[in-house]
Design a binder for this molecule. Structure first.
Ligand SMILES: Nc1ncnc2c1ncn2[C@@H]1O[C@H](COP(=O)(O)OP(=O)(O)OP(=O)(O)O)[C@@H](O)[C@H]1O
Ligand SMILES: [Mg+2]
Length: 243
């Protein structure tokens, strides 16, 4: 029997995933700085919005104002869907400080307080009837307390998966790190997609690999991808061979 899947909305990506992300999966989207994690997550959400699937974005690294501005650069008008009640940005960045923050509807004052974050998440998911969620980044939640990483991830997963939401958890790794964000989170996640940047003949090249995806087969190859002013494009027919 075919399992329910969620389209990523990223050209080429669903081919690599043999049809899309199995519904309710929590996917760790891991990569170094500037590898395209935020853009990938926002593109996933925006495609959903344009196809009648509401979503939420948890901003832990950037001001919500900046999130909207960056999305607009790719032609993704977040505001329009916020006004329609289909999209919510959860501000876990400003701690409610500043004029702009006062206009935010969903504010997490202390992101270190997991219970507060979960309360705000639950409210936002209910309000917009979210089917997709992006947390950017989960690493921020346990940077100073790695021993708690697995527990934090599992609590978030229980909430989101339990509500039928398919999620992308952005995981930051350093440039030289081979892993995906630590053993606890790597095993707790249902899927791992790793984005990479490699220097090749004096030029940075982008590639990605699906390391695991519970509930489906997937390409076992490393594929090149590009970021254009319309977002990410993946090449499922091409293999990237790092030097
Ligand atoms: N319009 C564009 N066209 C092509 N490439 C772009 C465009 N806008 C941004 N980029 C590329 O995308 C990169 C940023 O991607 P993104 O913000 O998704 O990275 P990230 O993985 O989230 O990084 P970090 O971990 O630092 O947050 C930039 O460094 C740039 O190389
Ligand atoms: Mg980012």
């Amino acid at each position: 029997m075919a399992i329910p899947r969620v389209h990523t909305g990223i050209p080429g990506m669903d081919d690599i995933l043999h049809g899309g992300i199995p519904k309710r999966n929590v996917v760790l989207l891991s990569g170094g700085p500037g590898t395209g994690k935020t853009i990938f997550g926002q593109q996933f959400l925006f495609w959903g919005l344009e196809h009648g699937e509401p979503g939420i974005y948890v901003a832990l690294e950037e001001h919500p104002v900046q999130v909207r501005a960056h999305m607009r650069q790719f032609g993704w008008d977040a505001r329009k869907y916020e006004e329609k009640g289909m999209f919510a940005i959860i501000d876990a960045f400003t701690a409610g400080i500043g004029e702009a923050a006062k206009r935010e509807k969903y504010v997490v004052r202390s992101p270190d307080d997991l219970m507060e974050l979960i309360d705000v998440l639950r409210r936002a998911i209910r309000d917009v009837r979210a089917q997709r969620a992006v947390i950017d980044s989960v690493s921020t939640l346990y940077l100073t307390k790695p021993a708690l990483a697995r527990g934090i991830l599992l609590q978030l997963k229980r909430l989101l998966s339990g509500l039928g939401v398919t999620s992308i958890f952005v995981s930051q790794v350093s440039v030289t790190e081979r892993g995906f964000g630590g053993p606890g989170v790597e095993h707790a996640a249902d899927g791992i997609i790793r984005l990479d940047l490699d220097e090749y003949n004096g030029e940075l090249r982008r590639s990605l690999i699906v390391w695991k995806m519970r509930g489906t087969s997937h390409s076992m190859k490393r594929h090149p991808f590009e970021i254009t002013d319309r977002g990410i494009v993946v090449y499922p027919d091409r293999v990237f061979i790092p030097k």
